[in-house]
Design a protein around this ligand. Structure first.
Ligand SMILES: *Cc1c(COP(=O)(O)O)cnc(C)c1O
Length: 370
């Protein structure tokens, strides 16, 4: 059994993906070819925003967003401490200061109460200018955008949605990628919508941001890439990756349903035995991960491994505990919920092509070894 079976997905889509790749090899527009613009059009339409601008990966998508918002040294950018490193990394990369926030115990997403507390603390200290929030749709579940919108308005902060794991998720009928001022996603192969390499995208309703993003991703271009009006990056999505994504995207709704069915089957079999994921009313998860919390995690994972059932830990270390952020001066115990999750979470195999037998195998092993 695979944790995420990309080879099986390829078997289903092989003919179409191979044909699309061949088309690109024939027309030869490997950079910014027609498939890139076709994909951007489809993505924007699906997410329900005016602009989708693709780029080289989900990390660049976040960095480009911070550049568009003019985030700079002296600025405080708030983000959850329980996330993938890239969320916090890009804040430091543009010279600003990451300010970590604890997460909600039941959704694993940024905790609005602690966010307000951290904002007030930074304002009271008076050293940094509070500028923006990066919220993360962790494991596929959108963050609490009604509260986050309110807080962003109240403190005049920009809101960036990191939907690297959230693509396909929804909150009250609104799709992930449509929240905040700017949203980002990743097409890393293991994400809900993945390509066969690196890829990413930025979503926004703002014409001004979209124009800046199209410039920043090609060396800060003006009229063309030899007219450079600002310092940018080289961050484009390869045409071949766009071609692959177009075929995968055609199956995405089916795959999203399949992921939700697998998650329901897991939940049905595990409830009463495990603390199962909480999907609050009005939310739809894209199930990037199906994650359990157990104090006996390490023992359970070892037993499943003996039955050749793969599991994984996302994430075993919080941002405030990373060596790269040691200079920020955080210490163990600063974020109780996130630290406890980092000790006890583990994720189960999850991909749209899992069979009923595989799901049974996983849940039986979990119930036997709880
Ligand atoms: C994967 C991921 C990213 C980075 O995406 P890449 O395409 O790997 O650069 C950023 N944030 C979160 C929450 C992620 O899971």
């Amino acid at each position: 059994m695979q944790f995420i079976d990309l080879a099986m997905q390829y078997q289903y889509l092989k003919k179409r993906i191979d044909a699309r790749i061949e088309q690109v090899l024939s027309h030869g527009a490997f950079i910014m070819g027609p498939e890139v613009f076709e994909l951007e059009h489809r993505l924007a339409e699906y997410v329900g925003v005016k602009h989708a601008i693709t780029c080289a990966n989900g990390t660049d998508a976040l960095q480009l967003s911070l550049m568009v918002l003019g985030i700079k040294p002296g600025d405080a950018v708030f983000c959850p401490t329980f996330t993938f490193f890239a969320t916090a990394e890009v804040i430091a990369l543009v010279g600003a200061t990451p300010v970590f926030v604890d997460v909600d115990k039941s959704t694993f997403n940024i905790c609005p109460l602690d966010l307000e507390k951290q904002i007030e603390r930074v304002i009271a200290e008076g050293k940094l200018k509070v500028k923006a929030i990066i919220s993360v749709d962790l494991f596929g579940l959108p963050a609490n955008y009604s509260e986050l919108d309110r807080i962003a308005k109240e403190y005049e902060l920009k809101l960036i949605e990191d939907a690297a794991q959230g693509f396909g998720g929804e909150l009250n009928g609104k799709k992930s990628g449509s929240f905040g001022d700017i949203a980002t996603t990743s097409f890393f192969p293991a994400k809900p919508l993945g390509c066969y390499g690196d890829g990413g995208a930025v979503f926004t309703d703002s014409d001004e941001y979209a124009e800046l993003l199209r410039s920043f991703r090609v060396h800060g271009k003006g009229q063309d890439k030899y007219d450079n009006v600002r310092i940018g990056m080289n961050s484009r999505l390869d045409t071949i990756q766009a071609a692959i994504l177009l075929e995968k995207f055609a199956e995405f709704s089916f795959e999203l349903d399949a992921r939700n069915n697998i998650a329901s089957a897991y939940t049905e079999a595990l409830k009463g035995n495990y603390r199962i994921p909480n999907i609050p009313e009005g939310y739809l998860s894209s199930w990037a991960q199906y994650t359990l919390v157990s104090e006996k995690r390490d023992c359970i994972m070892a037993k499943l491994k003996r039955q050749e059932i793969p599991t994984a830990i996302y994430y075993g270390r919080c941002m405030h505990q990373q060596a790269a952020f040691a200079s920020l001066g955080y210490k163990d115990g600063d974020f109780k919920v996130a630290e406890s999750l980092s000790r006890y979470v583990f994720s189960l195999p999850m991909h749209p092509y899992m069979s009923a037998d595989q799901i049974d195998l996983v849940t039986q092993a979990l119930v036997t070894n709880k």
